[in-house]
Design a protein around this ligand. Structure first.
Ligand code: GLA
Length: 730
């Protein structure tokens, strides 16, 4: 890990263990240009790559063709409306309504450590573990400045980028767009890897060709969304788990975003990532500043696997703050699929008793415990316990559950308001809406205008006072609709464009307060399943509900896409009943447990209705979780085979950091007749260690398992699975 500046050549070089990123200051005007990003290189002066000594040359030599220069120069952070016609990284409107901006070098600093970002989730590190480069750039006409920031971490191949903008002028200025990064590079026949989805089908891996023009993924839904994910990767032609070039970009933000790749007339690519400019307009008075969320870039020339493990390690070590990040999580049982809204204290106690017998450690009471909420049409905002359901109140129930020997957790949807609620009757203007236009309902609810301080105060107290009232150790923070009708009754007309971003900042502020007041609380974020599964939320909660789809086979696709970036320790995964409530599929109980093991593990079913053999299986699964959860939480993840790529099997391994132990999860999706056993090749073990494999007579070297492979007998039947445990032979 190192960052250097070559004063003679005016070149910055950022080196991680295996990658280099090079930036140069060019010509008399001091354009900040992008030189190189890829495998580690020794030379710093690669400025020939910018082609500034060929036509159209730099403006000091050929100002006549300045626009040709700006429109092809690999820019580190592109300006707007002054000659570069490709995507701008920033756009502003000044007081006179003009919009030109060109940010040129002003200054820089290189220092140990990683600065926090005001009001935003961000990676963090001790000073000894990270280094940062800040390049100050300025528009010399507008008198505004920006800081382009790059941080690297000891032992990691990630580079984290962010941008801050400062209005140093004496005039107001409107930010119309501000990307968190811009990266120009030559196209090398890259494809785009994206995580596309929908409710119950989140984060499916998809590949797209990159054509001329612009292609993007984005969300304008007020959250990172089920539909598209704030992540893209550019991957080379020979991409696999172990081979090929990969450039990954992940946005540490939970609201509107865009990630765009533009291929231009000269076959170069411009990648930008940042807050989506739609419905975005931020007014900055003199000396005011704007801080952009950060982007985590990972380059790997050893395929997707290295990228994945780099993200996992970075997020476990430098993003997820919760003390639970490396602690065992209580195995929970959640009553949602067991009862939906139809429960009372006695039903929950029955579930708790049976759960305790099976070794489960926490009961989570889901939606329906407050106001008059007997279906999803009312009461969001009225966070008062419904004593018709919970007789004697919440504390009494929690104490009873604790007496049984289980911890207690609770569900909230704090950001919402039902039109049929006391809160709405009292404060209709607290809902986000455009005055004079009937706001769009979704799940029969509106979104609270969290940009207002009094609303935030109400929401915080509603949640915190419930948590203070009983021994509650877990919160599931849900968000079940996306934003529409963006308008606030309390924001000035020239600041309405700030609402979407201020809303996200408000969610962060609330979760920051909550985790500060309740430092031991286990917080799980959720949004109609996995619509806000993003690095921003991981900063506040160590785990996120991955999807409302709990079917083991559907989960293979969802969890593979999620685990492409996010550590298994963050993926909320539960065993539920069959036929599955989302797809009606029947899968073996064992497979449901094996698939949920690749996550935080729990149950989402009415345990009182399970048969005796099924309860025995729960007991066994609980033991399995205790046996392997440390490995799953802290180990290295290796993908072996994918159902998502049309395969008949799904298979992955988690190996301990010291490579002394591993588990392989093998799922046969559909069986086929008259076939040989299946051969898997296992990358990720120590070549020179011998491994004993449960169910096999002999021990084999890691190199044998990698190159020659292991034969797995086909189970009889569809959806069958097994866990294969490997331990180093001493
Ligand atoms: C969302 C969540 C579910 C459940 C319901 C309750 O859909 O994803 O797990 O909590 O809300 O309404």
């Amino acid at each position: 890990m190192n960052i250097t500046y070559n004063n003679d050549k005016r070149i910055f070089k950022i080196d991680t263990d295996n990658s280099s990123y090079i930036i140069a200051i060019v010509d008399d005007e001091e354009f900040v240009g992008h030189v190189y990003y890829g495998p580690f290189v020794q030379d710093d002066d690669l400025s020939y790559l910018m082609r500034i000594n060929e036509n159209p040359r730099v403006p000091s030599v050929n100002n006549r063709d300045r626009s040709s220069f700006l429109d092809s120069f690999p820019s580190e952070y592109s300006g707007n409306n002054v000659g570069d016609y490709r995507e701008s990284a920033i756009a502003v409107t000044d007081k006179k309504g003009h919009s030109g901006i060109q940010l040129l070098y002003k200054n820089h600093r290189i220092f140990q450590g990683k600065p926090a970002l005001r009001g935003l989730p961000a990676t963090f590190a001790k000073d000894s573990e990270a280094m940062t480069l800040e390049i100050e750039v300025e528009d010399r006409v507008l008198n505004v400045e920006a800081v382009l920031r790059y941080s690297i971490f000891e032992g990691s191949d990630a580079i984290v980028r962010s941008v801050s903008f400062i209005n140093s002028s004496y005039e107001e200025i409107y930010l119309e767009k501000i990307m968190s990064m811009c990266l120009d590079m030559d196209d090398d026949n890259y494809k785009m890897l994206v995580l596309h989805g929908s409710w119950a089908r989140e984060r499916h891996i998809q590949y797209r060709q990159i054509g001329y023009g612009k292609q993007s993924v984005s969300s304008v839904r007020g959250e990172s969304s089920h539909q598209e994910h704030p992540f893209i990767a550019l991957v080379g032609e020979n991409i696999s788990q172990t081979t090929g070039d990969v450039y990954g970009f992940n946005f540490v933000y939970s609201g509107n975003f865009i990630a765009q790749v533009e291929k231009n007339q000269f076959d170069s690519l411009r990648i930008v990532m940042g807050i989506h400019p739609d419905n975005f307009r931020f007014k900055l008075g003199p000396k005011e500043s704007f801080v952009c969320p950060e982007v985590v870039m990972v380059y790997s020339n050893e395929g997707l696997g290295h990228m994945t493990r780099t993200y996992h390690d970075l997020y476990r070590k430098h993003l997820i703050r919760s003390p639970y990040v490396d602690k065992p999580r209580p195995i929970l049982i959640n009553n949602w699929e067991a009862t939906y809204f139809d429960f009372d204290d006695e039903k929950l106690i029955d579930i708790a008793k049976d759960a305790k017998e099976c070794g489960i450690e926490m009961l989570v009471m889901d939606d329906g415990w407050f106001g008059r909420r007997n279906d999803d049409n009312s009461s969001l905002g009225d966070w008062k316990v419904n004593e018709n359901k919970l007789k004697g109140g919440l504390k009494k129930l929690v104490d009873r559950v604790n007496d049984i020997g289980l911890k207690f957790g609770i569900w909230f949807e704090p950001e919402m308001i039902s039109p049929d609620s006391d809160l709405y009757r009292k404060h209709p203007d607290w809902a986000i809406c455009i005055p004079g236009r009937e706001a769009c309902r979704s799940r029969n609810q509106y979104v609270l205008d969290l940009t207002r301080e009094e609303v935030r105060k109400y929401v915080y107290e509603a949640v915190a006072s419930i948590l203070r009232s009983a021994n509650i150790q877990y919160v599931k923070w849900d968000m079940n609709r996306q934003l529409t009708d963006i308008g606030s009754a309390a924001i000035d007309s020239d600041r309405q464009g700030e609402l979407m971003h201020r809303y996200v900042l408000a969610v962060y502020e609330l979760q920051e307060r909550l985790t500060n007041e309740f430092p031991d609380l286990l917080l799980e974020n959720c949004s109609g399943g996995g619509a806000r599964f993003d690095p921003g939320m991981l900063y506040y909660s160590p785990q996120i509900w991955c999807s409302d789809d709990t079917d083991a086979i559907e989960r293979l696709l969802i969890q593979e896409g999620t685990a492409l970036i996010y550590p298994l320790s963050s993926i909320g995964a539960h065993v539920s009943v069959c036929p599955n409530h989302t797809v009606g599929r029947v899968t073996p109980f064992e497979t449901r447990g094996n698939v949920a093991l690749a996550g935080t593990f729990g149950y989402e079913l009415d345990i009182t209705k399970l048969s005796a053999p099924e309860k025995t299986m729960v007991n066994e699964q609980v033991k399995m979780y205790h046996r392997y959860s440390g490995l799953v939480r802290n180990g290295d993840y290796y993908r072996i085979a994918s159902y998502s790529s049309g395969g008949q099997i799904d298979c992955y391994m988690v190996v301990s950091k010291d490579k002394s132990e591993a588990i392989i999860t093998f799922v046969q999706v559909l069986n086929q007749p008259n076939r040989h056993s299946i051969k898997i090749k296992i990358d990720g073990l120590d070549d020179n260690k011998k491994y004993q494999i449960e169910g096999y007579d002999k021990a084999y070297y890691g190199s044998t398992l990698k190159h020659a492979g292991l034969l797995i007998e086909r189970p009889f039947g569809d959806f069958e699975s097994k866990i294969i445990h490997l331990v180093e032979e001493y």
